[in-house]
Design a protein around this ligand. Sequence first.
Ligand code: NAD
Length: 349
Amino acid sequence: MKVPVALGARSYDVIIGPGVRHRLGEVLVEEGAGSQACVLITSASLRTLPWFDAAFDVATHVIEVPEGESAKTFETLERVCDELASLRVSRADVVVGVGGGALTDLAGFAAAVYLRGVRLIQVPTTLVGQVDAAIGGKTAVNLASGKNLVGAFHQPVAVVCDYETLETLPERERLSGLGEVAKCWLLEGGRAKDLSETSLEDLIILSVTLKAKIVSADEFEGGRRALLNYGHTLAHALEVLVLERDPDELRHGEAVSIGLGFAARLAHALGRVDASVILNHDQVLEALGLRARVPRDLGTDEIIRAMSHDKKARHDLTFVLAGPGGFDVVRDVDPLVVARVLEEFRGEQ
Ligand SMILES: NC(=O)c1ccc[n+]([C@@H]2O[C@H](COP(=O)([O-])OP(=O)(O)OC[C@H]3O[C@@H](n4cnc5c(N)ncnc54)[C@H](O)[C@@H]3O)[C@@H](O)[C@H]2O)c1
């Protein structure tokens, strides 16, 4: 199955299905015309997994980077670019990122800046990567002062989402991905009762299709793309606060689940939706096995301060919220209302 991301001359397909990694050679022929080198960027442990097989023999070179988030540094970016240069990779060649969202963010950024841009194919192997990170061209590394603070928009020429790679995913990573899936399901107006008839594959297709549609309409996040940040104002604040003490305490999707439960309550408190919306959010999260609990030891005041420093906010409190006509970006929300709803939400837990 192919989901198109329509961006004029930079349009591409997201190819989804079991075993589609074996079509990488075909994709290279179609999208990599004129290339002489195909450089795969991945990690050492991913290379040992059963799905990392003949499909990837199409690569002429492999560059290994550290696992997960620790790959998203300037140091690794510099080393990758140095290796690309010593391999004499030219603008006609292709870089392929194989891994989770952190890895595809790094590979994407390297492809964006090496020689001012080379062609990129993303092969996301986590649920977060498949439904979110690898699609839409946002690439980045982290700074000591924050996540994703330096990056570029660089669209891939193709994205290959193979469900089979998800079979080795640890449960916690799967649940983290389901947080983003829950966001897409809710943004599409999905109801909890219909989830039992929907397979994971269908949920991936729904999420990819939604992201592709929104990115096609707003590539550089000037408007509609901000809706993909549903649940993320609180999620980012919690991530920033726990990151300082333990980077593994809260996975992104877990934080998004909390943010979704809270956003429904805030929308209700602001008179935008009725209580059935809260119930549906709670039931969707429960059906997907997600727990929406704010870490107990974080204070409401510090969470609110962190929310107003969100990259997407303008030093005010900005949320994506459900409303009578669908979802909107709502700016300048009264901090007293936010504090009250947050306290009540925590009281329920
Ligand atoms: N660019 C975007 O639009 C965008 C969107 C969402 C998230 N992101 C970024 O994505 C990152 C999070 O991505 P993630 O949740 O995929 O985590 P991750 O990339 O850190 O991967 C988590 C772990 O799973 C391992 N892994 C990957 N695939 C596996 C597989 N098939 N089987 C077993 N283990 C596997 C990785 O090696 C890593 O140790 C963050 O850095 C976030 O900023 C970017």
